[in-house]
Write a protein that binds this ligand. Structure first.
Ligand SMILES: [Zn+2]
Ligand SMILES: [Zn+2]
Length: 132
């Protein structure tokens, strides 16, 4: 766990700061996260109430491929930023690569490896075929 950090998209239109503790990073290889990120989702998570988004030009967009999941991205530069589940709106996943380093976080597990693409080289992380 870490805290007191923040991050931004590639162009800087969407920035955020985090007040509360950040969960360690989980990799998600599900087909949606794979396409959203172009590889796999490596995400931390924070209480939504502890996330302050600064988006003065209203560039943050949400794409909802299914009713219970939303992917947040910058409408100008396309950076993958957030994920939020419809049944868990109190927490927001943050794509770990958009956090300003050092994050103090570590990657602890891989989810949905059953949907990983064939080029993906397996790590020695604890793996789950779907989600635990
Ligand atoms: Zn941007
Ligand atoms: Zn996923």
């Amino acid at each position: 766990m870490s805290g007191g950090s923040g991050g931004r998209c590639l162009c800087g239109a969407v920035a955020f700061s985090v007040r509360g503790p950040l969960r360690d990073v989980l990799d998600c290889h599900c087909h949606r996260c794979r396409r959203f990120t172009g590889h796999h989702m490596a995400a931390t998570s924070v209480a939504t109430a502890d996330l302050d988004v600064r988006d003065p030009e209203a560039q943050l967009r949400w794409y909802r491929p299914v009713e219970d999941a939303g992917y947040g991205f910058c409408g100008r530069c396309g950076s993958s930023l957030f994920w939020r589940g419809g049944d868990t709106p109190d927490s927001t996943s943050i794509c770990a690569g958009v956090l300003d380093p050092p994050t103090g976080l570590r990657t602890v597990a891989a989810w949905w490896v059953g949907e990983a693409s064939d080029y993906f080289e397996r790590s020695d992380l604890p793996e789950h075929t779907t989600e635990p």
